[in-house]
Write a protein that binds this ligand. Structure first.
Ligand code: E4P
Length: 217
């Protein structure tokens, strides 16, 4: 499973990249706003900085809702760097924009996916990735991880080439469960990625090893 970091914060991307395990980055308008960026040039420059920091794909989301605007914005975003993937919301206009961008050779990530039907329409339109949101489904009492597993199985049944990118990951268990159900990619905040390393027996075992090592110095 590929691991993407879900942030627009340059320091956090740098830290994750320094581990040598980072496969890509996802952003969204809320994550960009958190960084205090405003203005077209500043936004474009921020995406460029992110895209230069990693070899893998960087999802940059459109800020518009209308078909024509999304296509225009998508073309602009894709022109920033070749590893930019245009993130498009799963709406009627969004599905049309995914198809139009696909026809222009531009890769897309269809976001805000909460059911199998949305995922299948996005895939049929030619999305490179679909992003079902685990945490937000769990928040309303649904089962986010089960949706990931269902979409993975259905895409496999029909040989759908679109990658399943599990988003809205809130804890380490979500990441493990994504691996168990076969997600192609999971995007998570830095804390959840680093959380995979944590185990009390690793910590206590290391403490003992270091104490014994110091006796031999
Ligand atoms: C990433 O692609 C999504 O926009 C993000 O994971 C949403 O996460 P949230 O539900 O924690 O805001």
């Amino acid at each position: 499973m590929k691991i993407f970091i879900d942030t627009a914060n340059l320091d956090q991307i740098k830290e994750a990249e320094s581990l040598g395990i980072l496969d890509g980055v996802t952003t969204n308008p809320s994550l960009m706003a958190k960084e205090g960026i405003s203005g077209k040039e500043a936004i474009r420059n921020h995406y460029l900085q992110i895209a230069k920091m990693v070899e893998g794909d960087v999802s940059a989301e459109v800020f518009s809702e209308k078909f024509e605007d999304m296509v225009k914005e998508g073309e602009e975003l894709a022109s920033i760097k070749s590893n930019i993937v245009v993130k498009i919301p799963c709406t009627k206009d969004g599905i049309k924009a995914i198809k139009a961008l696909k026809d222009k050779g531009i890769r897309t990530n269809c976001t805000l996916i909460f059911n199998i039907g949305q995922a299948m329409l996005a895939a049929k339109a030619g999305a490179s990735y679909v992003s079902p949101f685990i945490g937000r489904l769990d928040d309303i009492g649904d089962d986010g991880v089960a949706l990931i597993g269902d979409i993975v199985a259905i895409f496999k049944n029909y040989n759908v080439p679109t990658l399943v990118l599990a988003a809205s990951i809130r804890n380490n268990l979500h990441l493990i469960q994504c691996m168990q159900v076969g997600a192609d990619v999971a995007t998570a905040p830095l804390a959840q990625i680093l959380g995979l390393l944590k185990h009390p027996l690793t910590e206590s075992g290391l403490k003992t090893f270091m104490e014994d090592a110091s006796k031999m110095k």
